[in-house]
Design a protein around this ligand. Structure first.
Ligand SMILES: [Zn+2]
Length: 694
């Protein structure tokens, strides 16, 4: 901000001013205030400080008090004029206010173009692109260049007269600039609340024990629909224009008539003194449009206001008119939305899953819905306490989002949308898979560490999940043994514990439906190629509660052999770095179990554990800090982070200037933007895999 010294006159001298002098001074002040308003809101510049500008306004108000006859409608002092209303009048729009059809992917945008080409014949147009504001659409009518009326979109045909309130928005000129202004000009655009103002207003509402607004669009709308304009004025709203129309009888100037494209219209808006986003562009192909989409998506968080996508319009207005309207939307425009970060959906069911350790986890199943770029149909509800906290019932409408970019979670229930048929849910008292008894056990830290467990060690679900864990990448790494296959093999009675895998034969698998010789052979080979395994992988594969790959490595490096591990006391285990009392107890209990002893004995008759030398570990990523965003195809987030740690690096959950690499998978989130802002190196999964190869 530039601070210039700006002196205003002493008010005492004003009193002696003659009326014609006053008139001149008022006119000059209005122009000056208007000039600085324009500079600030339209050009994003400031020549004088806020307080200097306030001082000018103050002088104007004082002068107008002296000479009330000189007050005009377009005076900046008249922004907050009217008395509170009892209701809003209805207004019929001169031209219907249309809405836009949405597209959620580049494919959909291309389909849209395809439809236009089929409709209009050859493609002879360019595209005009701008940000899609997440605000409140507004129509502002100027008569002879002077602000006359503002109306909400309403149903597109009839809106509400909110003139008094919109007048308080300082970024809207009360008088249009320029020489040849048509008699009637309608400016369309968006009333917005800036991010910092949203925080401020909500904070204040909270302090006053009033209900806060969930999103800035609601707050903007709520602020505009205040019957008392003083409240609207206190909410510092902004306005950005995106369209300008004149009624047919109003056209008065040839230059004006020549405006034939959206980009020309924006030039007009700017010349009138109406702020625009500044992010608009003309593109000749959809590939160019796509580049802008991604560019704007990256800077989205840095913008002072909220946007939810880009608007793509045919730039040539005559072409757009030819394309016409379908339903409530013009054919020649589309809103290309960013992936939504929070969406609503309906809980169809809540099911209980049984994990490899027997832990019971309630999972909500939804109507599939797209959130942050991927389709989501389920989310864990963690435990009964979480179900109770959310108050979620089957049939409820809920808000879901993706936590840490990839894991869907239920944020909130919308109880007003609850149908009468909604059912509360309680985790059953028996295992939903094997109907065995359930017990509450503590195997982890804190409250989250307490869980409900199926007591039956031969429970089908536990067997399947234990085997899925056994063949997983950080364990025996048997490629091609997908979860579904494991489930099928257990179901068919082919396997029930790890050792059984090594007894599988091509002939046995060929009996299964859909298994040809080659497929069966590949699976048997994948298993047989893994009969030699390192001690740390072996320990991890056992699936001892709370023993992840890193803990398994610590145990292997310290104890060197399976026999040492089997006989280690809790105290001996706790003496190992990184091993706490919970893990020590879990390890001890696991090896004391007779069933587990049998599993190991059988397994050791099939495979050999390679000796752990301790030096075999590579420290290829020593000291490097990684952050992951989006979904990787080869690894789960957990596996990738584990891999980094195993190579001496660190995996962190948020990007900072200390981050060395951000690894980007499918559907990356805000971490990518952050990385770009901070200049952190961004790599894709392929590059990451290369870096980790020993
Ligand atoms: Zn069970």
């Amino acid at each position: 901000m530039i601070h210039l010294k700006y002196e205003t006159r002493n008010f005492d001298t004003l009193k002696c001013m003659k009326e014609d002098q006053a008139k001149q001074r008022i006119e000059k002040l209005k122009q000056e205030i208007h000039y600085h308003r324009r500079l600030y809101f339209v050009e994003d510049r400031q020549e004088i400080s806020d307080s200097a500008l306030d001082s000018l306004k103050h002088e104007l108000v004082q002068l107008e008090k002296e000479y009330p006859d000189l007050i005009t409608h377009d005076s900046p002092s008249q922004r907050i004029g009217g008395e509170p209303l009892s209701a809003f009048k209805k207004v019929t729009h001169t031209e219907r206010m249309l809405s836009l059809n949405d597209a959620f992917s580049f494919d959909e945008v291309k389909e849209w173009e395809g439809r236009l080409i089929r409709l209009l014949g050859t493609k002879q147009w360019s595209y005009f692109v701008d940000v899609k504001f997440d605000g409140l659409a507004m129509s502002i009518m100027y008569e002879n260049g002077v602000f006359a009326r503002a109306a909400t979109r309403g149903d597109g045909i009839i809106g509400e007269d909110v003139t008094q309130n919109v007048r308080t928005i300082e970024s809207i000129p009360l008088k249009l600039e320029g020489k040849s202004i048509p008699r009637r000009v309608e400016v369309r655009g968006e009333v917005m609340m800036m991010k910092d103002e949203f925080e401020r207003v909500n904070k204040q509402l909270k302090k006053d024990n009033k209900e806060i607004y969930a999103n800035p669009r609601n707050l903007s709308a709520g602020s505009i629909r205040q019957l008392d304009p003083k409240i609207t004025a206190s909410r510092k709203l902004r306005f950005f224009g995106w369209d300008v129309e004149t009624s047919p009888w109003g056209v008065s100037d040839e230059t004006w008539q020549r405006h034939v494209s959206r980009s020309d219209q924006y030039e007009f808006l700017k010349s009138f003194g109406i702020p625009t986003s500044g992010h608009h562009a003309v593109c000749h192909t959809l590939d160019e449009v796509e580049k802008i989409y991604h560019k704007i998506e990256r800077i989205r968080e840095k913008l002072p206001y909220w946007i939810d996508g880009i608007v793509v319009k045919v730039n040539e207005i005559d072409v757009a008119q030819k394309a016409g309207i379908v339903g409530k939307a013009p054919r020649a425009a589309v809103a290309w939305k960013f992936p939504a970060e929070e969406v609503t959906t309906v809980v169809k069911d809540i099911q209980v899953q049984v994990g490899r350790t027997g832990v019971l986890t309630p999972v909500a199943l939804f109507e599939p819905v797209r959130v942050a770029g991927t389709t989501v149909s389920r989310a864990t509800l963690h435990n009964q306490a979480e179900i109770d906290r959310l108050g979620v019932r089957i049939g409820d409408t809920v808000i879901i989002r993706k936590a840490g970019d990839i894991i869907p979670e239920v944020v909130q229930v919308l109880p007003k949308l609850r149908p009468r048929s909604a059912r509360p849910f309680r985790i059953p008292s028996a295992c939903p898979i094997c109907h065995s008894r359930i017990e509450s056990k503590k195997i982890g830290k804190g409250e989250q560490g307490v869980g409900l467990y199926c007591t039956n060690k031969q429970c089908f679900a536990q067997q399947v999940n234990a085997l899925i864990h056994f063949v997983s990448r950080s364990a025996f790494d048997m490629r091609g043994l997908k979860d579904k296959l494991i489930e099928l093999f257990v179901q068919q009675g082919l396997i029930s514990e790890p050792a059984d895998l090594f007894d599988l034969t091509v002939d046995a698998l060929k009996i299964l439906k859909g298994f040809k010789n080659k497929k069966a052979r590949n699976i048997v080979d994948a298993i047989q190629s893994r009969t030699h395994i390192s001690l740390d992988r072996f320990i991890y594969a056992l699936g001892i509660p709370q023993v992840g790959a890193q803990t398994a490595r610590a145990l292997a490096n310290d104890l060197k052999s399976l026999n040492n591990l089997k006989s280690a006391t809790e105290d001996a285990l706790m003496a190992i770095e990184d091993i706490g009392p919970i893990v020590a107890k879990n390890v001890r209990e696991w090896f004391c179990d007779r069933l587990h002893q049998q599993i190991i004995t059988r397994l050791l008759s099939k495979i050999a554990i390679e000796s752990q030398t301790g030096k075999a570990q590579s420290k290829k990523l020593q000291g490097l800090i990684f952050v992951f965003t989006g979904e990787l195809s080869e690894y789960s987030r957990e596996e990738a982070e584990e891999l980094v740690r195993s190579l001496g690096g660190k995996a962190m959950s948020s990007v900072s200037k200390d981050t060395d690499y951000v690894v980007v998978g499918d559907g990356p989130g805000s971490k990518l933007t952050k990385a770009e802002q901070l200049g952190v190196k961004v790599v894709d999964e392929g590059e990451f895999v290369k870096m980790t190869r020993v």
